[in-house]
Design a protein around this ligand. Structure first.
Ligand code: SAJ
Length: 440
């Protein structure tokens, strides 16, 4: 079987861009395709349009060596990797319009012997749907839509599994699950990924591979919902949920995740709905978990309102806006939702600290009551400290800065500071909440 001399990546976002870059880093000629001209321009200048550790340096190198080039229109290649967004619609139905548009855009340049791989997280059956669209658009080519046919273009599914913040490491080191529409499709796609993947490449059918990706993220969502539910229970029972989880996890077969202000990002808060939407009557657990996690921001807002009743007119320091620690990504961030609700539903001054951004997102900008400030400044000037993201930057804050303030710590970041158990600080008096404590 021939090698791959040119690979095309369709969609240069958080996954497509690093994937294009690592292929190019292995000496493959890569053409990245994106509808967004700014993205294309920025990549062709050797600059990353997303913040991800290490990405800038590699883009600069592979663009300078001529191995990576970006364009807005697909060109012929040996393999096409489709990494476009798959959001959901208002009723939680998957929106596959970007996958369908990508299929139509590559169809004219497809040739006999090509491989097409779908990487976007997708409902079961989407790889087959993509192949059907290609078949409609190119009746002159044979696609793997039945077991027996000889085929001209091979089609497979292979989801990314990388964690934002560690994308380059995980892209090469994580195992990959490769699902072919036929075994030959899976085999050919494995050959492609083995160019840069140091982990193992496991082959299966496309539907199983699609389901695996959804199951992985639903697993995490359900487990985070469990932690969040425990947090609500502990709050009512006046138990420190963080300490409880820490001690429970000493059991050799228990590994409870961390409660928080909700689940953000564009994956875990979205993908479980693809399973629920396909079989609503059989997915109560997954649907409930989604609802539990989605209800967290409103619970936190209520905790803040209760604190404001004790301290009318207090300013609130909101620490963090991103959807998780040490990244700049604000998409679907529960922190943004909480700060926005506080802006709408209270009259408090909001001193927002987010070290990864230089201006407030549009949703929060334009109000005199919401300002982006340094974390230590926010904490000094506020009486209520709302910890929304456990960024490393905030660890320099300690008992001295927080003393005398009402602390609502949704990440358990400062637990222990005022706890008598540490023996180091002043006793933390709970104010009827496991995650909200008053250090006064
Ligand atoms: N979170 C908690 N408690 C926890 C862990 C996470 O509240 O104990 C929250 C985070 O704060 C964040 C959200 O969940 O708001 C999601 O963060 P995450 O770190 O769990 O996951 P993502 O969205 O950054 O990446 C996930 C990963 N999937 C799994 O771990 C199963 C990643 O491997 C996937 O590649 C990625 O989704 C994706 O693209 O699908």
């Amino acid at each position: 079987m021939q090698g791959f001399s040119q690979v095309s990546v369709i969609g240069l976002g958080y996954i497509g861009c690093p994937t294009a870059v690592v292929f190019a880093g292995r000496g493959i000629n890569v053409v990245g395709v994106d509808l967004n001209e700014n993205t294309v321009r920025s990549i062709n200048h050797g600059e990353a349009h997303i913040v991800e550790p290490g990405l800038d340096e590699i883009i600069r190198a592979v663009v300078a060596s001529g191995k990576l080039r970006a364009t807005t229109r697909p060109e012929p290649a040996d393999a096409f990797i489709v990494a476009v967004p798959t959001p959901f619609l208002e009723n939680h139905a998957p929106d596959l319009s970007h996958v369908e548009a990508a299929a139509r855009s590559i169809a004219p340049v497809l040739a006999k012997g090509n491989l097409v791989v779908l990487e976007s997280t997708s409902p079961v059956g989407t790889t087959r749907r993509l192949a059907s669209i290609l078949a409609q658009e190119r009746p002159d080519l044979r696609f793997p839509l039945s077991d027996t046919e000889e085929v001209d273009v091979l089609v497979a599914y292979c989801a990314e599994r990388v964690l934002p913040g560690k994308i380059l490491y995980e892209l090469t080191h994580n195992d990959r699950i490769i699902g072919g529409l036929t075994p030959a499709c899976a085999e050919r796609a494995s050959e492609l990924y083995k160019i840069f993947v140091k982990g193992a490449c496991f082959q299966t059918d496309a539907a199983t591979a699609e389901m695996i990706k959804l199951a992985e993220n639903a697993f995490r969502d359900v487990n985070i919902a469990f932690a969040n539910e425990l947090s609500t229970v502990c709050e009512s029972l006046n138990i420190d949920v963080w300490r409880m989880i820490e001690l429970a996890n000493l059991h050799p077969r228990v590994n409870i995740l961390q409660p928080g202000p909700g689940v953000g990002g564009h994956c875990i808060a979205v993908d479980p709905w693809f399973i629920v939407h396909s079989l609503p009557a059989r997915t109560q657990l997954i649907a409930n978990a989604r609802q539990i996690n989605d209800s967290r921001p409103a619970q936190i807002v209520n905790q803040v309102k209760a604190a404001l009743e004790k301290l009318p007119g207090a300013a609130i320091a909101c620490l963090g806006l991103s959807f998780k620690a040490d990244i700049d990504d604000l998409r679907e961030s529960p922190a943004v939702k909480i700060v926005h609700a506080l802006q709408q539903e209270t009259t408090a001054d909001l001193l927002i600290a987010e070290p990864y951004i230089s201006e407030l997102p549009r949703l929060l900008a334009g109000s005199e009551r919401a300002r982006l400030v340094e974390a230590d400044d926010a904490v000094r000037r506020a009486d209520i400290i709302l910890v929304l993201v456990n960024h490393k930057h905030f660890y320099s804050l300690g008992a001295a800065e927080l003393a005398g303030k009402i602390l609502i710590d949704t990440r358990g970041m400062f637990r222990g500071i005022f706890s008598s158990e540490t023996g180091t600080g002043q006793k933390w008096q709970r104010s009827g909440s496991a995650s909200a404590g008053a250090a006064r």
